[in-house]
Each structure stands twice: as C-alpha cells, then as structure tokens.
Design a protein around this ligand. Structure first.
Ligand code: AMP
Length: 438
C-alpha cells in the first residue's frame, strides 16, 4: 500500500514489487486468461492432463537433472536453506518436478502418460524486456513412448496452440542431438575445433568452453560467429538409431503440413536433452519493430534418459515449455487484446429505485450476462462516463418512468465498433433474451 498521508515514518514506507517480478493486472490479465483458457481446452483435447507441482523442490533435483554447469543451476536459481536446514529451490523449470511427481506417484507403471503444467517459474536472470525473474511457462510432457510420432504429436500441439492464439511469424527450428552414446565423439570434435582459438576468447566464452562446450553454439557473441558457423555439426555425429528417428520426425512433420527448418546449432541450454530438440522462434517481418523483437517463444525436445537418471525405469519422454510472458507481449503488439466488456451498463437512481436496479443487474448476471452498474450512483452524466470507461455496449437508465413502464431505453454507446446513438426500447421481461442476441 502506498503512503497516502505523505508523512512517512515507521510502518508507512512504500513498497514496490521485488525486481523482476510483475503484478499481472487488468486489463492485461484478460490476455493471460485467454492464453490459459485456450491452453486448458486445447491440451485437454489432445489427451494431456494438468499437473500442479509445488513451487519449492529439493535443490538436488535441479542439480541432477538440469545440470550443474548450465546457466540455470550455476547462477540463476533461487536457492535457500529452510528452517529445517534443507536446501530448497524455487522451481526454475517444471520438467524435472514433473518427472519427480511422475515417479513418486507410480505413474511410471502406466504405458503412456501425458501431462501439462502452467505456472510461475523463477530464475535470477539479468533483466531485459520479456525476461523476468518470476515468469510463467506452459508446458506439455509425454512419457513412455520413444516413437517419432510422439515427438511430432508434442511439436504439433505447440504449433496448434500458437496458431489458435493468433501468433504469426513463428518458425519451427529443429535439430537432433543424438543419443547420449553419440555425444562424446561430437564433443571431442567440437573441443578440437574451438581449442586453438580459446586464448582469444572473452572470459565468458572461455568459461563456457571449459564447462559446457556445446553452449558456445548458442553464444550471442558476434566475435564467435564465424567459428560457430564453421563448427562441426551434431547431425554428422548421430548414431544410426538417432539418425533414423530424426528422419522419421521430419517426414511426419511434413505429412502433417508443419513447416520447419533444420538448425544444426540448436542445442538448448539444459543438459537432459537427447535426440530431437526444437524451438518456435518469433521473427517479425523486416522493419516492423512495433511487433516486438525476435526471440524464442517455445523450447523443447526429447529427454530419454532423465526418468532413469532420477531413479526411475527406462522411460523415454519428450516435452516443451512456452514462455507466456513473451506471448502476452506479442499478442499486445499484434493488437489482439481480448477484453471483457459489459454488454449493458445500468444507471441507477438514489433511494428505493436503486434496489430495483441492483436486483435487475443481479438477475442478468445470474443468467450469465456481463452487466454492470456504478454502486456510487450519482448524476446520470457521470454514470455514462463510467459506462464509457468500461466500454459497455449499451447504456440504460433505471428510473421511475422505466420502472412503471417495465421498459428500458437501451442506448448504443459511442464506440468505434458500435452504432452510436441508436436507441431501442426493450421490455424488462424480454431483456435477457434481447441481450443474449446481441
Ligand atoms: P527454457 O525453459 O529456458 O527452455 O525456456 C522456455 C521458454 O520460456 C523460453 O522460450 C522463453 O519464452 C521462456 N522463458 C525462459 N526464461 C524466461 C524468463 N526469465 N522470463 C520470461 N520468459 C522466460
């Protein structure tokens, strides 16, 4: 709460939200709710059930799964010791917690399990537009099937969702990292490629070379670009099984009419990926900076070894996570703001008539119609202003005359998409039906 008295002093200081953590407020919350509603509907239809895991997990879960030398684990986690002297971490991602829950509750005994999640994640990141310390992800994970059709189903779900919410200009980038057994040969070749140049690297790049060489391929450093371009490609090091799997994924995507580009540098930042990796990247049309900057809106892939690494049986799995914060910004930039507007705003009179008007509003609301009024009442002029501020479609006064005649005069408000000034007389008995037809 802000300090309205302006006197300051103990107990009256102003507070602000913690840096990097946002309040999600009206009217933008409508866009969030639209994204969430669409996800729940669609993911359910595709056979994915929701799971909600706790915000706090044992720190070891992320160290073991995401990987000790990843940026997330080495520098971005909100980790602290609780009163019971346990090291706990606010989840930086939801794949590992979902696998933990999948094992803990015996789901691994089922042949196939498909889950989705939606909620806040926490990473202590450097701040920039669209990157926050509390951010929201929508993710879908499928356990139990190693077949390429499972990868493609998961990718097709992300694709269908982005389409359903109206995001355009996204391209599917695809790669295969091969199996764990294929990795050492590739890493060796990659190290040999970069090693002679390391003395000239920035400190950060030197560190990445030492700790997680593959991530040099994602580096944003301009100076590294030519070297990265010339680096050996993981696709040339795939074992036979992984190569066949990748071919099947590509063929099936083509069958479903989902376009993609093979991106040999797509390695993703987390250690658990094997075989397929993918990202949906937003690339606004050239010169249209109003539509936001380019960036990844969804990332995912196969992680066939993670369930076993976390103490479970051999269960292949594939999943993705989408950043909702970025999608909200994109939809706003594209001018897609789903707004909940009152269909009718009722101006009330003071005194006994007010009760009648409130009763009418309540009945219409109980019938599922979005109808509003101003509890402060007052001058009709002010009530019209309030109705306009809420972008109500119709406005009506509930006065003595209307009460006696049991008829309202509905006035279309002056909105770009309306029919301003038009007045319609509607009897109270037929009002609900009339509004429903609008
Ligand atoms: P990741 O879990 O790092 O693979 O990220 C998956 C998606 O989550 C990204 O493509 C982003 O859209 C989103 N994301 C990741 N980190 C953040 C963050 N700090 N703030 C906002 N969105 C994020």
């Amino acid at each position: 709460m802000s300090d309205a008295s302006g006197q300051g002093g103990r107990g009256r200081e102003k507070f602000a939200a913690v840096k990097g953590m946002n309040d999600l407020l009206p009217p933008q919350i409508e866009t969030w709710q639209f994204l969430e509603r669409t996800a729940r509907d669609m993911f359910g239809t595709w056979g994915y059930s929701e799971v909600r895991t706790p915000i706090l997990e044992d720190t070891g879960l992320f160290v073991r799964s995401v990987g000790e030398v990843t940026d997330i684990v080495s520098k971005e986690m909100y980790t602290f010791t609780d009163k019971g002297d346990r090291s706990v971490t606010m989840r930086p991602e939801n794949t590992a917690p979902a696998v933990r829950a999948y094992l803990e509750h015996g789901f691994a005994q089922q042949p196939v399990t498909r889950w989705y999640y939606l909620g806040p994640m926490f990473r202590y990141e450097r701040m920039k537009t669209g990157r926050y310390r509390q951010f929201y992800q929508l993710g879908a994970e499928a356990y139990g099937a190693g077949d390429a059709s499972q990868d493609v189903e998961n990718i097709a779900l992300a694709h269908a969702y982005l389409k359903a919410i109206g995001v355009q200009h996204v391209t599917l980038h695809l790669n295969s990292l091969g199996d764990a057994a294929d990795r050492p040969r590739y890493l060796e070749a990659l190290k040999a490629h970069f090693a002679p140049h390391v003395p000239g690297f920035s400190e950060a790049a030197k560190d990445t070379f030492e700790r997680n060489t593959m991530r040099l391929l994602d580096s944003k450093e301009e100076a590294l670009r030519p070297l990265v371009e010339a680096a050996p490609r993981v696709g040339d090091f795939l074992g036979e099984a992984a190569a066949r799997h990748f071919d099947e994924v590509k063929a099936l995507l083509s069958t479903l009419g989902i376009p993609f580009v093979v991106d040999p540098r797509l390695v993703r930042g987390l250690d658990y990926y094997t075989r397929t990796t993918f990202e949906f990247v937003y690339e606004p049309p050239a010169g249209d900076s109003a539509l936001g900057t380019a960036g990844t809106v969804c990332g995912g892939g196969r992680y066939d070894d993670l369930v076993r690494q976390l103490g479970g049986p051999d269960k292949p799995a594939v999943g993705f996570a989408m950043g909702l914060d970025r999608l909200v910004l994109l939809l706003e930039a594209l001018g897609k703001r789903p707004a909940r507007r009152p269909l009718l705003f009722v101006a009330t009179m003071d005194g006994a008539l007010k009760a009648e008007a409130v009763k009418l509003v309540t009945e219409l609301r109980l019938a599922g119609l979005c109808v509003d009024f101003d509890p402060r009442g007052g001058k009709v002029k002010r009530q019209i202003e309030r109705a306009s501020a809420l972008a109500a479609r119709y406005f009506a006064v509930y006065g003595e005359r209307e009460h006696q005649a049991r008829t309202l005069t509905l006035k279309a408000l002056d909105l770009p998409d309306g029919d301003p000034g038009k007045e319609t007389q509607v009897g109270l008995d037929g009002l609900e039906d009339w509004l429903r037809r609008q």
